[in-house]
Write a protein that binds this ligand. Structure first.
Ligand code: IPM
Ligand code: MG
Length: 370
């Protein structure tokens, strides 16, 4: 069996707590002979800043480049509010995405039946929901230049960010969305703001042309990003795959997370281009939630998004779809048993800690093993 190299970056806040639970799952898979992992651990975000004065060290970047998959916790917290902009915790995450060229961010939003009541929306609106947000991750306003604050010399300053997309960037993320749709509900909704943004006009044009040329068998709809935000809370089940840019994808995936009950439920995969020789992609897996400094260290964090992210690594990096199904089934099983962390409490009478939830998922893996 191939041994997969995982590089663990727990980061800040609740990152280390949820990472500890994912390690239990990885260990279990190893012990059962389902997957074989070799792990190394590094520092990112505020933790790296405290140790090295940067958001990620060069040696940890080298390890991230060399591994089969980076498993990332979360970064940030008020403790680092006043560190220099280039060394702020988020810079570590953005550098990983950029340097590893992880342009495709897959954010599935699935509402487990057992959690339909934990959503702030009515059960019939979210029950059975299964959408995939495909967010462009290495372009747009996150990275466009110029990006600066300039002094206008008249007592005024000007803050500038640049939204910029080239044809190839739109085309390659479009391709990821269409390919995924073919394996799911065969429908893609592409989203931008072409009514006010030139990058949106180009986005619409490139996605439409790609569709016509290579993916005419897939249903394609276009929806302005503001309208899509509204439709996500009105009737989310109309969507299958949503493809959008970096900033809209950031916002819309947070909205989508609440459909599933909690931000603590959403895993994500960030993938690079497949190597033409080996077929392998650089990849990073991380929960969509942040470092939640307010609950850090209290055992309150929900480890499901983090564990689900390892599940996505099994599926998208290691070709272990069955093992990924097992992880998903174990999560569903634990939720059906009524076990809840605080964020998904709903009407439950009691809640469990991060560690108890992790242990329960490992125990459920034993039961759901096929
Ligand atoms: C996310 C996060 C990040 C982003 C932050 C932490 C930089 O919100 O992964 O969605 O904006 O991309
Ligand atoms: Mg976000």
């Amino acid at each position: 069996m191939a041994t997969h190299k995982l590089f663990l970056l727990p980061g800040d806040g609740i990152g280390p707590e949820v990472m500890a639970e994912v390690v239990k799952v990885a260990d279990w898979l190893g012990k059962e002979g389902i997957a074989s992992f070799e792990t190394e651990t590094g520092l990112v975000g505020g933790a790296a800043y405290d140790a090295h004065g940067v958001a990620i060290s060069e040696s940890d970047m080298a390890l991230a480049m060399a591994c089969d998959a980076v498993i990332f916790g979360a970064v940030g917290g008020p403790k680092w509010d006043s560190v220099p902009y280039d060394a702020r915790p988020e810079a570590g995450l953005l550098r990983l995405r950029k340097d590893l060229k992880l342009f495709a961010n897959l954010r599935p939003a699935i509402c487990y039946p057992a959690l339909a009541d934990a959503s702030s929306l009515k059960r019939e609106i979210v029950e059975g929901l299964d959408i995939m947000i495909v967010r462009e991750l290495t372009g747009g306003v996150y990275f466009g230049e110029p990006k600066e604050i300039i002094d206008l010399g008249n007592g005024q300053k000007r803050g500038i960010d640049t939204q910029v997309y080239d044809t190839y960037e739109i085309e390659r993320i479009g391709r990821v969305a269409f390919e995924l749709a073919r394996k799911r509900g065969n429908k893609v909704t592409s989203s931008e703001k072409r009514n006010v943004m030139k990058s949106g006009v180009l986005w619409h044009e490139v996605i439409s042309a790609l569709h016509k040329r290579e993916y005419a068998d897939v249903q394609l709809d276009h929806m302005l990003a503001d309208a899509l935000g509204m439709q996500l809370v009105r009737w989310p089940k109309q969507f299958d795959v949503i493809v959008t840019d970096n900033l809209f994808g950031d916002m819309l995936s947070d909205v989508a997370s609440m459909l599933t009950g909690s931000l603590g439920m959403l895993p994500s995969a960030s993938l690079g281009e497949a190597d033409p020789l080996t077929g392998k992609r650089k990849a990073m897996y991380e929960p969509v939630h942040g470092s939640a400094p307010d609950i850090a260290g209290k055992g309150l964090a929900n480890p499901i998004a983090m564990i689900g992210s390892l599940g996505m690594a099994l599926r998208y990096s290691f070709g272990l779809g069955e093992a990924a199904d097992m992880v998903d089934a174990a999560i569903a099983h634990v939720l059906e048993s009524g076990m809840r962390t605080a964020d998904i409490k709903g009407d439950a009478t009691s809640t469990v800690s991060t560690v108890e939830m992790g242990d329960a998922i490992v125990a459920a893996l034993g039961k759901t093993k096929v």
